[in-house]
Design a protein around this ligand. Structure first.
Ligand SMILES: [Zn+2]
Ligand SMILES: [Zn+2]
Length: 817
């Protein structure tokens, strides 16, 4: 038996496990289906068969010390894909390994790295080890490991320590590293574990202090590389280009080893990320137990006479309570912080109602908690003290929750890669497992639970990001120039738009052109210009007014809508009211309050088309992609009753406008075609608005985003086009690649949108089709039938009218099984 617990650390606690081979996933499913009315909620069961492991001998070149170290922790034969990836890297070819959760990707990149560091130490400094600098210097090789989260780097560090290899001097280096320790790391560590933020803000700006490390840089490992998507992905792609340029100045030309979740075309995304050719290893040879993936649609419930779907949060809470009552160790992944808190709270209440014993064994976990709180929860889950955890996707990365029996997904997590990643948390070590995805009442989830082929019939999307976004590129070119003057030859590294962007930076006084190249001559640190997490500024701190305690943080870009004065904020199942959002100080003061409502913000959004990059004609309809200027102002908020969502009242807010220049996809239809289709003027606003909502909901089908990453505006007559226009835009400065993807897959995307609305069982529009939870207009006006007619008019001359074959063509990669 090969024990692969490398990346994850320890998966030994068997104490609280009551669901072993004796209780199959089928039995757990039957248990969930017991209560009356449950079985009709299952729309699909995908049985994923067990897979046997394929092992391979250790590579012949591998240093015996490394083989021995693995033997000590119980690994005697690696899996075939691990050896395949290691072979590429050892031979100097950059490689991405894209296999399932818990398939031992860590070992794959550890082999070449640990070998190189160990072999160099064994030969001492008598000769330069293969693959280091061509300058002929005798620099010992080094390696840099990058992960998107500190927690993952910390786990990797522990796994490396466990190997006890004397030649490996590993160290984590992040914002928390003590000052005196930093100097030691820079000069002595040969394997540094960090995150892209650190490279961006510290390593590159002070590269002279890292000179020895950079001269020896032989490998750069990029873990969880699929998480570099959207604007964050664009930034990280530029940080890596800067790293490659600076390393080259020191004579190093590192090999990149990337680890990814299973995605389509991993080599394409990885090459885009690092700017080099990358080989891909995708054949997963690790074993896995059989699993059941269940698609679940909550029942219809009456609300003020109109039937709507019960919320995924309420449904997930019930399932979590049932599983915990049976001793099944379960994590429920919930999209939002608020949702995770609500699932934990409701499941706890449900259990307390039947027995006072179990409620406390359920907890909530999400980003924004302080590190101590997070660690304590992780420990409790590992020990079995906690049986059920409601988590946001923050838990998806970097934290070991091995040994789970079941995973609940409250809603589609936005990408199929994330879906498999989350489901893969259950059933390690060849156990059987079950995953249940509960549909939210939105168009995408509703479409997916009724089109299982879109989830299981091949599709795992590529990570979407745009390294050439000029808003992203400009700050990085400034940072690059401050690190080392930019020369004309450098520009090709930064992509085709770099020369134009440099020209613009010179014109605006950011860079100065001199004979030797472009210089950064300002006093400020150039790296401060780029906010690589793309959150649009410092996070807003959420502080308990009574105690002064920091409860968490909120994203600056959305703070107006989430922690405005009067907003309800949930923390560990407690409800707080925001007493005061201090916009200039980035602080929201909150106070405990027992309220039975939640809040949603309303805004006024205005959009201006500033330039059109591309246009496709579908008969008289036009689909375009280009740049827009969006102005948004949060003007009021609604109080809604918990559970039903019924509106209790509206309060005005006075907040400043926010500007966003970004990229968008939009479509227009001429007046004549509208008249021919039987539309009268009064029908148009509701039809366009409903089509806009549903299309925002369905865009994640073709792009790796979720509906909160994008926004939309619809109008019966837009002043920039002179026609009926529906715009969908990226919610980040300069765009994130989502709208562009929507433009490229417009026919598939908008056909699926039409089909989703048409298939919805409701009479005149509901959250599963045309209503939107983030509508700044309170979902007024909406015309469901009009939206179908409008989309039919739009699609009449579109190239592919049937989503089936188009979808099949778009989905090329194998599913991770
Ligand atoms: Zn509906
Ligand atoms: Zn709306």
């Amino acid at each position: 038996m090969v024990a692969h617990s490398m990346a994850s650390g320890m998966s030994s606690s068997a104490s609280a496990r009551s669901f072993g081979p004796a209780a199959s996933s089928e039995r757990v499913l039957l248990r969930l289906l017991q209560p009356p009315g449950r079985s009709e909620r299952v729309t699909h069961i995908e049985v994923v068969p067990a897979r046997l492991a394929t092992t391979a001998p250790w590579p012949g070149w591998l240093h015996p010390d490394v083989i021995e170290a693995y033997a000590r922790i119980g690994i005697t034969r690696p899996w075939a894909h691990q050896v395949e990836a290691a072979q590429h890297a050892h031979a100097g070819r950059s490689v991405v390994i894209a296999t399932g959760t818990a398939s031992g990707k860590s070992l794959a990149y550890q082999l070449p790295v640990l070998h190189a560091l160990t072999a160099a130490s064994a030969v001492g400094r008598t000769r330069a080890p293969a693959g280091t600098s061509s300058s002929g210097r005798l620099d010992p090789p080094t390696a840099l490991y990058l992960s998107p989260t500190k927690a993952l780097a910390a786990d990797q560090f522990l796994a490396l320590e466990e190997l006890r290899l004397p030649a490996i001097r590993a160290a984590t280096y992040d914002g928390d590293t003590a000052w005196e320790e930093r100097a030691w790391v820079r000069t002595h560590a040969n394997l540094v574990l960090a995150n892209p933020d650190l490279v961006h803000r510290s390593l590159l700006p002070s590269h002279r202090q890292w000179a020895a490390f950079l001269r020896g840089l032989q490998f750069v490992v990029i873990d969880e590389c699929h998480s570099y998507r959207g604007v964050f992905g664009s930034h990280v792609a530029q940080v890596i280009r800067r790293l490659r340029r600076v390393a080259a100045k020191y004579g190093a030309n590192p090999v990149f080893v990337l680890a990814s979740a299973t995605v389509s075309e991993p080599a394409v995304s990885a090459s885009r990320l690092v700017g080099l050719d990358v080989a891909a290893v995708t054949a997963d040879a690790s074993p896995r137990g059989a699993s059941r993936f269940v698609l679940w649609e909550p029942p219809l419930v009456e609300l003020g006479g109109a039937p709507i779907r019960r919320s995924a949060v309420a449904e997930t809470a019930d399932l979590l309570a049932d599983l915990v009552a049976d001793g099944v160790r379960t994590v429920a992944f919930v999209k939002s912080r608020r949702g995770a808190e609500a699932v934990a709270l409701a499941a706890r209440r449900a259990l307390d109602a039947v027995s006072g014993e179990l409620g406390w064994r359920i907890a909530a976990y999400r980003a924004g908690y302080l590190p101590e709180e997070r660690r304590a929860l992780e420990r409790a889950l590992r020990s079995g003290a906690i049986l059920g955890l409601a988590a946001t996707t923050a838990l998806e990365l970097g934290i070991d929750v091995s040994g789970l029996d079941a995973v609940l997904l409250a809603g589609f997590p936005g990408t199929r890669a994330s879906m498999w990643q989350q489901a893969g948390r259950a059933g390690r070590d060849g156990q059987e497992s079950i995953a249940v995805m509960v549909a939210r009442d939105d168009p995408l989830d509703t479409y997916l639970v009724h089109h299982p082929e879109a989830l299981f019939g091949r599709p795992v999307e590529a990570a979407v990001f745009d390294p050439d976004n000029p808003h992203v590129l400009g700050p990085h070119l400034c940072a690059a120039a401050s690190e080392w003057p930019l020369e004309p030859d450098d520009l090709s590294l930064f992509g085709p738009t770099a020369p134009d962007v440099v020209g613009d930076l010179v014109a605006r006084g950011f860079l100065r052109a001199r004979p030797a190249g472009w210089f950064w001559t300002k006093r400020e640190r150039a790296c401060e210009l780029a906010d690589i997490r793309g959150t649009g500024g410092a996070p807003v701190r959420i502080v308990d007014d009574a105690t002064g305690q920091l409860l968490g943080t909120a994203n600056a870009a959305t703070a107006h809508a989430t922690v405005h004065t009067g907003a309800v904020y949930l923390h560990q199942g407690e409800t707080y009211l925001v007493g005061d959002l201090q916009v200039d100080d980035d602080v929201a003061l909150v106070a405990l309050a027992a309220v039975d409502y939640f809040t949603t913000a309303r805004d006024i959004t205005d959009i201006k088309i500033t330039s059109t990059a591309r246009t496709t004609l579908w008969g008289a309809a036009e689909v375009s992609f280009g740049s827009v200027e969006v102005t948004t102002q949060v003007v009021s908020y609604l109080r809604r009753r918990v559970g039903s969502g019924e509106v209790l009242g509206e309060q005005p807010l006075e907040l400043p406008q926010r500007q966003l220049s970004t990229r968008a996809v939009w479509w227009t239809i001429g007046d004549r075609e509208l008249a021919e289709a039987g539309f009268v003027w009064a029908d148009l606003p509701g039809a366009a608005h409903a089509a806009e909502h549903a299309s925002i909901g369905l865009l994640p089908l073709v792009a790796t985003c979720d509906r909160w990453d994008i926004g939309g505006v619809s109008t019966a007559l837009h002043e920039d086009t002179g026609r009926l226009t529906v715009v969908v835009y990226d919610g980040y400065p300069g765009g994130a690649g989502f709208a562009e993807r929507g433009y490229e897959a417009a026919s598939l995307w908008l056909t699926a949108t039409r089909d989703a609305i048409e298939a919805c069982a409701c009479e005149s529009g509901c959250p599963s089709c045309v209503q939107s939870p983030k509508c700044g207009n309170g979902n007024e006006p909406l015309d469901k039938a009009g939206a179908i007619r409008l989309l039919n008019t739009l699609l009449r001359d579109a190239p592919a009218r049937h989503p089936g074959p188009a979808l099949a063509r778009a989905l090329t990669a194998p599913t991770p099984r």
